[in-house]
Design a protein. Structure first.
Length: 175
C-alpha cells in the first residue's frame, strides 16, 4: 500500500513535469482555479455540513467535494486565457517556472484531496485507511494545504484569502 505522503509528492512531481511542458503562464491560471475551488470548499464547509450534507454519507460528501475541486481545476487548466504566451521569457525559464508552478499545483490538488479524505474520516475503508499513528503520513497531516493556508476548519483562512488576492492580481496582470 502506498502512503498518502508518497502519493502527494508523486502527484506533485508528475504535475511539475506537465508544468514544465505547459509553461508558467498556463500553470498560474491552473493554480488560480485550484486555489479558488479549494477556498470555496473550505469556506462553505461548515454551512453545508449543517444543511445539505446532513442527507449524505461521508463517502458521498467526499465524492461531491472532490468532484467540485477536480472540476474547477480542469476548467482552469482548459482555460485559454494564457494560450498565447508573449515570448518575453526564454523557453528554459518558462519551463523551469512552469515546473515549479506545476509542482505547487500537484501538491495543492493531492494535498487537498487528502485533506477532504481526512475531514470525512476516510470514508472508504475497503479501499484506504487512515494513516497509522507514528507513520510518516500521520506525522505529515499538518503539511496539507488546508492546514498550512487555511488553518483547517477552525482556522480563519487569512493566509488563503491573501493567496487568492495575490493570484487574482497576477492573473489580471498576465491577461
Amino acid at each position: 500500500m502506498i502512503s498518502f505522503v508518497s502519493l502527494t509528492w508523486a502527484t506533485a512531481l508528475f504535475f511539475a513535469l506537465a508544468g514544465a511542458l505547459r509553461g508558467w503562464q498556463r500553470e498560474l491560471i491552473g493554480t488560480t482555479g485550484i486555489v479558488l475551488g479549494f477556498f470555496a470548499i473550505l469556506q462553505f464547509d461548515s454551512l453545508l455540513r449543517g444543511s445539505l450534507y446532513l442527507l449524505m454519507t461521508n463517502g458521498q460528501i467526499f465524492l461531491l467535494q472532490a468532484a467540485i475541486l477536480v472540476a474547477l481545476a480542469v476548467l482552469a487548466y482548459r482555460s485559454d486565457l494564457a494560450a498565447n504566451p508573449t515570448g518575453r521569457v526564454s523557453r528554459l525559464r518558462n519551463g523551469l517556472f512552469g515546473g515549479v508552478a506545476g509542482f505547487i499545483n500537484g501538491y495543492l490538488i493531492a494535498g487537498s484531496i487528502w485533506y477532504l479524505l481526512d475531514i470525512n474520516r476516510y470514508p472508504f475503508p475497503q479501499l484506504l485507511s487512515a494513516p497509522a499513528e507514528g507513520s510518516v503520513s500521520f506525522d505529515s497531516v499538518g503539511m496539507m494545504p488546508a492546514i498550512l493556508l487555511g488553518g483547517g476548519l477552525s482556522g480563519s483562512g487569512d493566509l488563503l484569502s491573501i493567496a487568492i488576492l495575490l493570484l487574482l492580481a497576477i492573473v489580471v496582470i498576465i491577461v
